[in-house]
Design a protein around this ligand. Structure first.
Ligand SMILES: CC(C)(COP(=O)(O)OP(=O)(O)OC[C@H]1O[C@@H](n2cnc3c(N)ncnc32)[C@H](O)[C@@H]1OP(=O)(O)O)[C@@H](O)C(=O)NCCC(=O)NCCS
Length: 178
């Protein structure tokens, strides 16, 4: 039976898989060449069972949108090896995380938290008060991750995911940290 590594084991595995660990310089704005890798991750670990809507052309459109940040975590800066990504769209006071994922091979190494930290720092710099997002109600891993990163569950959107599944709404106030 597979067992999740803990403590020192987990740290060793993470350092091998992700030599940069949670350092901010390994997180950067995505390039056009990343669109296919991002789209494939969305299809495989976010949109499974819903139909693939975040195809490479849609990711490219988000990349070109002035009100949207598309960021990636790279295993090796300068190479096109995407280990995780996030897409966040800015409104006047609230920024909305549209997509967020880490490749299954690199999870529990702090990459998701590093992506989130980049988004929060950037949103705060842009004068944003709140970050909002939705997660599939059955996605208990993501719900645990967002809670661990300071998000509060604030409600449910019934049948939000193409009529197939409810969404749990999350928000995090950035003002509380001032
Ligand atoms: C949710 C997700 C982004 C987390 O990424 P990650 O890089 O593994 O997250 P981190 O390593 O930064 O985890 C930080 C903390 O969050 C919590 N957490 C993360 N994954 C968890 C899980 N599967 N179960 C319980 N808690 C979890 C833990 O407290 C963890 O700290 P720990 O490892 O020291 O216990 C990743 O599991 C993922 O991509 N899932 C599939 C796609 C998805 O659900 N996206 C979000 C919804 S759109």
């Amino acid at each position: 039976m597979l067992r999740r590594a803990t403590g020192r084991d987990a740290a060793t595995i993470c350092v091998k898989l992700w030599p940069m660990k949670a350092e901010q310089q390994s997180i950067e704005l995505a390039k056009g060449a990343d669109a296919s890798a991002i789209a494939d991750l969305s299809r495989d670990v976010i949109e499974q069972g819903l139909g693939w809507s975040w195809t490479a052309p849609r990711v490219l459109k988000a990349l070109r949108d002035d009100a949207t940040n598309v960021i990636v975590a790279r295993r090796h800066p300068g190479l096109d090896d995407v280990a995780g990504f996030a897409i966040m769209k800015y409104g006047d006071d609230t920024a909305h995380i549209v997509l967020f994922a880490v490749d299954a091979a690199y999870r529990r190494c702090g990459i998701g938290s590093a992506l989130m930290s980049w988004l929060e720092t950037t949103a705060r710099t842009a004068g944003i008060n709140t970050i909002a997002l939705e997660a599939r109600s059955g996605n208990h891993e993501a719900r645990a991750f967002y809670k661990q990163n300071g998000f509060n569950e604030i409600g449910v959107r019934v049948s939000y995911y193409r009529g197939v599944e409810d969404a749990v709404r999350f928000e995090k106030s950035l003002l509380a940290e001032l």
